[in-house]
Design a protein around this ligand. Structure first.
Ligand SMILES: *[C@@H]1O[C@H](CO)[C@@H](O)[C@H](O)[C@H]1NC(C)=O
Ligand SMILES: *[C@@H]1O[C@H](CO)[C@@H](O)[C@H](O)[C@H]1NC(C)=O
Ligand SMILES: *[C@@H]1O[C@H](CO)[C@@H](O)[C@H](O)[C@H]1NC(C)=O
Ligand SMILES: *[C@@H]1O[C@H](CO)[C@@H](O)[C@H](O)[C@H]1NC(C)=O
Length: 597
């Protein structure tokens, strides 16, 4: 009885082993093979429903990787338990014969959703297929495998201790190269800690451009997987940024000749199945030299700067390389920001001293419009503004007629036709010329458009050799974008000045069109006729109105300090002025007794 028992057990073991051997597969790279080849699920007859496990093992040459792409999967287990039938992925084996219990687990899959493409981290990859179903065939899952050259993953000199850390030293490396995450475009592994140390020659800067960026985001501040870029040799250097959200065109520059990038993925995430990143790096001495910057360089950009007011301060801005010609194909942004708080409100005045940005204003389009000053009614909503070439002034209220000159039209909010009915702009059979700088240009934004990245909605586009007129911001911010295109010129030099704003937009826009441009509610402002020079001087003429309100700047908010305002009331003959203060609150120490004397 006992002997029979042993015999039966031995028989069962033999059957089990031979069945297991029968369903394992090994695919080994032959030197000449680099085309994708098919693989499929094993065919099993398993009438007793034993648990069966089959390993599909792919082994590449030492300088190759394995790439697996699934075409179809329809396993009978259901996610997330995956009972009865599933597929396990192991793509991080250091050696083909490594114990699967020791190697990181690459995920369990079942149902109809196949794993995304995988590329092994070393030279082998294993798929473990488990089933207790009676019949299986090749239709349960199939796809292709390929042995690919691993050289594109060797970015530089390996840094010991991590399979994905490299020093990319320009002294022994190309000027330009590919920058890919460790198993791109296959799903990246969990628990990675990769470092990319870029070392250029003194005088060089480093540029990273990502063309595909696909990380598990999981949170606003990138608490899980992320790429971090430091502006220097190590993690003590200033941070350029931490990135994890999908980016379409992520481009970053170092300030000096060293840059460190890290790629960290955490161990405990669901199966996000993300590709990682792919891009290029470049070392160059011809990225913009930052010496022209007079404000604060915005770290990570090629040449953008921020200039913040120190209260009615002023200064200069220059084109890159000034006074020498600028280089081609560069774009630099200047964010010139005045103060804007309860005590201070400033605007920016920009005056050009020198201007040489070759580029011809092209004439395009034949739309027709002309302003009719006789029937000026007023826009409600959008409007059309017309400027003759070179005559944009701080007062677009003056609408020149388009008799022969070049005319530019800005449409905002509504179409010309809509506006025509409400705004007294008539359309006429009269050719109108649109201007566009064909080469380099300077674009100016006066209304804070950059906050919404609305860089196509500029207020001025300047090119040529004529020194442009001064511009004033409409609100606290002025942004200038210089783009050299294919041109080279001496560039520009301009003065900026932060001025205290007393009356906000009223000076610059026809009242009918103010609604969508007001930065402050009108009660903050001073009614009356403002002095044309923008100083705090207001006139109230009896002919324009017999009564009205006036107030201190930005009433009922605090008035700005160090302010002197003048209010002039002009009467007609036989009239007197009566002033009634509804509210009077002036800080006592500011009162200079002699002024009342
Ligand atoms: C792999 O690619 C590198 C660079 O393209 C090449 O130099 C090398 O010969 C390739 N190796 C094989 C085995 O094809
Ligand atoms: C970069 O390579 C050069 C030449 O091999 C070497 O002298 C230098 O020390 C390297 N720099 C770093 C930071 O490793
Ligand atoms: C980081 O790099 C700087 C500049 O190369 C060096 O002075 C500093 O010692 C480094 N810090 C660490 C922690 O390695
Ligand atoms: C008062 O005003 C006069 C003349 O403007 C000036 O000289 C003087 O310094 C002022 N005094 C104070 C206390 O501000």
């Amino acid at each position: 009885m006992r002997a029979l028992g042993w015999a039966l057990l031995a028989l069962l073991l033999a059957v089990g082993r031979s069945a297991a051997q029968e369903c394992d597969r090994v695919y080994v790279s032959r030197e000449d093979q680099d085309e994708p080849a098919p693989f499929e699920a094993p065919t099993l007859h398993n009438p007793l429903g034993h648990s069966r496990q089959c390993l599909l093992k792919f082994i590449a040459q030492p300088h190759q990787r394995v790439k697996i792409s699934f075409r179809l999967m329809r396993l009978r287990g259901t996610y997330p338990d995956c009972q009865h039938e599933y597929l396990d992925v192991f793509s991080e084996l250091r050696r083909p014969d490594e114990d699967l219990l020791e190697t990181p687990f690459g995920g369990r899959f079942c149902g109809m959703i196949a794993p995304r493409a995988r590329i092994s981290l070393y030279n082998s990859l294993v798929l473990g297929f488990y089933t207790d179903q009676a019949e299986t065939d090749g239709e349960l899952f199939y796809g292709t495998y390929q042995f690919i050259n691993a050289s594109k993953y060797e970015l530089g000199t390996p840094i010991p201790g991590s399979p994905c850390s490299f020093e990319i030293n320009h002294s022994n490396q190309k000027r330009k190269g590919l920058l890919v995450s460790p198993t791109y475009p296959g799903v990246y592994p969990k628990g990675l800690n990769c470092e990319y140390r870029f070392v250029g020659k003194p005088g060089q800067r480093i540029r990273l451009e990502f063309r595909d960026f696909d990380l598990f985001m999981g949170g606003h501040h990138c608490p899980f997987d992320f790429v971090r870029i430091y502006d220097g040799a190590n993690q003590s250097a200033p941070l350029i940024g931490t990135f994890c959200r999908p980016e379409r065109n992520l481009v970053k520059y170092s300030t000096g000749h060293q840059l460190l990038m890290t790629f960290v993925t955490i161990q405990r995430t669901p199966n996000p199945e993300k590709r990682g990143f792919s891009g290029i790096y470049e070392f160059s001495e011809s990225f913009v030299n930052l010496d022209f910057i007079t404000g604060q360089h915005i770290r990570g950009t090629e040449c953008d700067q921020r200039i913040l007011s120190k209260r009615e301060s002023s200064g200069m801005v220059y084109s890159p390389n000034y006074p020498f010609p600028y280089l081609q194909n560069i774009v630099c942004k200047y964010f010139i920001y005045g103060m804007k708080d309860s005590q201070n409100l400033e605007r920016v005045l920009l005056m050009f001293d020198m201007f040489d940005v070759p580029g011809e204003a092209l004439q395009t389009g034949t739309t027709i419009a002309e302003y009719d000053s006789d029937t000026d009614k007023g826009c409600d909503g959008g409007y059309v503004r017309i400027y003759l070439r070179g005559q944009y002034t701080s007062s677009p209220l003056v609408f020149p007629r388009c008799d022969g000159g070049y005319v530019r039209i800005y449409l905002r909010g509504v179409t010309a036709a809509t506006c025509a009915s409400t705004c007294a702009v008539r359309t006429r059979a009269h050719p109108l010329v649109f201007l566009r700088c064909d080469g380099g240009y300077v674009r100016i934004y006066l209304r804070g458009q950059e906050v919404k990245e609305a860089f196509d909605k500029f207020d001025r586009e300047l090119c040529g050799r004529q020194v442009p007129e001064s511009v004033r911001s409409n609100g606290a911010r002025l942004t200038l974008v210089f783009s050299s295109g294919a041109t080279q010129g001496s560039g520009f030099k301009a003065n900026f000045k932060f001025e205290t704003e007393y009356q906000s937009d009223h000076l610059y826009l026809p009242t009918e069109c103010q609604s969508d441009h007001l930065y402050l509610p009108s009660e903050y402002l001073i009614p009356g006729t403002a002095a044309p020079d923008g100083s705090c001087r207001f006139t109230y003429n009896s002919a324009a109105g017999k009564r009205g309100d006036f107030n201190s700047p930005r009433h009922p908010a605090n008035y700005p300090s160090a302010t002197a305002c003048e209010y002039t009331f002009e009467t007609q003959r036989n009239e007197q002025v009566r002033l009634v203060f509804d509210n009077f609150k002036v800080r006592a120490e500011n009162i200079n007794g002699s002024a009342y004397g």
